[in-house]
Design a protein around this ligand. Structure first.
Ligand code: SF4
Ligand code: SF4
Length: 177
């Protein structure tokens, strides 16, 4: 299967954070642990200030710093679709993956002492459904699919002002800005 990724339409996003909440609800995440987050930016000066928002989860990168940083190989990239997941039976809770990710993808579960993260809703995908963030977005600002198809449809922008350099981990994200 092809490498999978997300498309984020910054032009459509209104910053409502429904995607964050839907993801928290599905994954039963406590306050402070967010697999998907919405970052807000302010630009310009009076009389033409403007804001924009970008919804970011794990980007299932081609060169994932989290995987390189993991000493137990708990954090790994699936061969079948390039999705980066944690094997909790191998995770020792050292948080090295968190330090090596520029996107705050790994989210630590204090109670369990294990790392957790976006797995692209593998359980929903097995049933032929989308990740919950995609279908919850009231503005239809998020898509998920083979990254080659998303790039053919929307282009190759994978970083915008305010984001980490895409050269660090080669994220599988396409952004319309
Ligand atoms: S649900 Fe859609 S519009 Fe709302 S913050 Fe997330 S991406 Fe933006
Ligand atoms: S976004 Fe972070 S957690 Fe996700 S694959 Fe890339 S480096 Fe790893």
């Amino acid at each position: 299967m092809a490498q999978m990724g997300f498309f984020i339409d910054v032009k459509k996003c209104i910053g409502c954070k429904t995607c964050t909440v839907a993801c928290k609800d599905k994954n039963d995440l406590e306050v402070g642990r967010n697999f998907r987050r919405v970052y807000d930016f302010e630009e310009g000066t009076f009389p033409k200030p403007y804001t924009y928002h970008i919804s970011i989860a794990c980007n299932h990168c081609d060169e994932p710093g989290c995987v390189k940083g993991c000493p137990t190989m708990a954090m790994h990239k699936r061969e079948e679709d390039g999705v980066v997941v944690v094997d909790e039976s191998k995770c020792v809770g050292c948080r090295y993956c968190e330090w090596n990710c520029p996107y705050e993808g790994p989210q630590y579960d204090e109670a369990a002492g294990k790392m957790t993260k976006c797995d692209t809703c593998l359980d929903l995908r097995e049933k032929g459904e989308n990740p919950v963030c995609v279908d919850s977005c009231i503005m239809r600002a998020i898509e998920f699919g083979p990254i080659d198809e998303l790039r053919a449809k929307y282009g190759n922008v994978n970083e915008i002002k305010g984001m980490p350099s895409a050269s660090l981990t080669k994220p599988n994200i396409v952004i319309h800005y």
